[in-house]
Design a protein around this ligand. Structure first.
Ligand code: F6P
Length: 555
């Protein structure tokens, strides 16, 4: 590509020129073409992706694939798997795929195969988690450690929470967990500390401090707070038995007072939000569900990784997902995306993907530092169906156009079919999954309403324009394996979007400014509290709000 801006390319312009044609097509008509629909349905190891309800034709897909070629998506994928330092602003490789690679795979970084080191840590977690689960590793008073509290935030929290929530109701995982508890402490809010520790006894609790940097303010304060909870009850020596860590910074782990023999490492080539397959997720999940279940989760992700690495652009599911994301967010101008799993166990999918997607692609400049003249990133949000239907779907049906990801499960983790009911509870849920996608696509016309006898005055209120895009992902079951698949599909979609937009999806400078300002506020709050003075260091509003806040004396 001659220009550093993808938007200057002929492939980009061809897509812009194609928009009017798409604006004239209604999904109602597009869906009448069965050949088109069939060509937009893909399958990978039993998981189905249906893109037929996207506002695309064969020409759109061809043009998007041309754009992918123009943006060197295939080459960028290859570079990622080759351990090249594609995260240029941090001078790091991006190798979360190595975290789920089998032992015999070779994935190099700086000429070194990363896979043996990955498996060394996995083996260490396996041994440790088995010791804890079997009661061979006991707490300071000799009692088994039945409860685990993970302290971490952002990528050191959301991924593990998502997977834990997905697995806790899966029968085999639930059986493996037994009465064990896995809790998370993320927010520095003291209320979160109270909630996380509520009902737990220090003598049966294992604390896992999860922080890539081991410097994140919230995590370190929470870690110190929980350490004092343990020491107050069991004494200083108990820390070695009751606290372990996951980090890339073993020096700081050791300075915190944790024996590095009880620390699980990962590497700077794992971005925080892509770290759930590292010790960040593997350690807590293995403690809760046993290592074998975690292996299946890694396998699911790896199978998608291989497909992403090897499949042609045309048949590559994450590539197609990424291109559709770019088409919707940039060309059709839909800034948001709703993630709507029809499965309660996936209730933490949207919060996790929110970070993966928005922290990765919420950028304003290209990887070369040139301001992007086109919108990048998307606003992701979501809730499980059918709950969302009774909340924000009104807006999606008749207000703004928000492309939706519907995620459904063929066989539920639990089955209930009440006597006398037409369908099982899961069928009832899934009927909504199927209906919503068509309701958005087809809408309801004035003519249909009049034919139904709807009074004239209500017709415009009851009209649905339709033509609202969605995609459907249908998983056979929700198991560790399919959760791994789902995770990797979204992770790679985000990477593809970034590759096309020409941005660096793997840094996160945008979170820095707020952190730095909080340091300054902290200094002023401490000063004002200690000396009883008023805050004057900021603008009128901030000074006013801070002084209001400081009127309340600490207990
Ligand atoms: O919010 C910024 C961020 O750096 C995330 O990218 C990261 O996942 C999170 O903070 C936590 O960082 P750490 O794992 O280093 O504590």
């Amino acid at each position: 590509m001659a220009s550093s801006l993808i938007s200057d390319s002929a492939a980009w312009k061809a897509l812009e020129d194609h928009i009017p044609a798409i604006n004239q097509a209604h999904l109602r008509d597009l869906l009448a073409d069965e050949g088109r629909s069939a060509s937009l349905i893909k399958e990978l190891n039993g998981t189905v992706l249906d893109l037929s309800r996207q506002r695309v034709t064969k020409e759109t897909m061809d043009l998007l694939l041309n754009l992918a070629k123009e943006a060197n998506v295939k080459e960028k994928i290859t570079k990622m798997f080759a351990g090249e330092r594609i995260n240029k602003t941090e001078n790091r490789a991006v190798l979360h795929v190595a975290l789920r690679a089998p032992k015999d795979e070779v994935i190099t970084c700086d000429g070194q195969n990363t896979v043996p080191a990955v498996h060394e840590v996995l083996d260490k977690i396996k041994a440790f988690s088995e010791k804890v689960r079997t009661g061979e590793w006991v707490g300071a008073t000799g009692k088994p450690l039945t409860d685990v509290v993970c302290i971490g935030i952002g990528g050191s929290f959301l991924g593990p929470l998502f997977v834990h929530t997905a697995l806790q109701t899966e029968p085999k995982c639930a059986e493996a967990a037994g009465k064990r508890q896995l809790r998370f402490l993320s927010n520095v809010d003291p209320i979160d500390v109270a909630l996380a520790l509520d009902g737990l006894e220090p003598e049966t609790t294992l604390v896992v401090i999860v922080s890539k940097t081991f410097t994140t303010a919230e995590t370190m304060l929470n870690a110190k707070t929980v350490r004092s909870w343990i020491i107050a009850s069991l004494g200083k020596d108990a820390v070695a038995k009751h606290m372990v860590a996951v980090s890339t910074n073993l020096k700081l782990v050791s300075e915190f007072g944790i024996d590095t023999a009880n620390a699980f490492a990962f590497w700077d080539w794992v971005g925080g939000r892509f770290s759930v397959c590292s010790a960040v997720g593997v350690a807590p999940l293995a403690l809760q569900y046993g290592f074998e279940n975690v292996e299946k989760f890694l396998q699911g992700a790896w199978d998608v990784d291989k497909h992403f690495r090897d499949a042609s652009l045309e048949s590559n599911i994450p590539v197609l997902l990424g291109l559709i994301g770019v088409w919707n967010a940039t060309f059709l101008g839909y800034p948001s995306r709703a993630i709507l799993p029809y499965c309660q166990s996936l209730s933490k999918l949207a919060p996790h993907i929110q970070q993966v997607s928005m922290e990765s692609n919420g950028k304003g400049v290209t990887i070369e530092g040139v301001r992007t003249p086109y919108p990048t990133g998307q606003i992701d949000f979501g809730e499980p169906g059918t709950n969302g239907q009774h909340s924000f779907y009104q807006l999606i049906h008749q207000g703004r156009v928000i492309p939706c990801d519907f995620i459904g499960i063929i066989k539920s983790q639990h089955s209930v079919h009440l006597k006398g009911e037409m369908v099982s509870n899961h069928d009832e849920l899934m009927c909504n999954f199927f209906a919503q996608a068509d309701a958005l696509a087809y809408g309801k016309t004035k003519e249909q309403l009049l034919a139904e006898g709807v009074p004239e005055a209500l017709v415009s209120h009851k009209t649905f324009t339709g033509n609202r895009p969605s995609l459907s992902i249908l998983l056979p079951t929700l198991t560790p394996y399919t959760v791994g698949q789902l995770l990797a599909m979204y992770e790679h979609q985000v990477a593809v979007q970034g590759f096309v937009w020409g941005i660096n999806s793997f840094d996160q400078w945008g979170v820095e400014l707020g952190k730095v300002l909080a340091l300054k506020v902290r200094k002023e709050v401490s000063l004002a509290r200690n000396q009883g003075t008023k805050v004057t260091a900021f603008n009128y509003s901030t000074n006013f709000l801070l002084n209001q806040y400081l009127k309340e004396k600490e207990e």
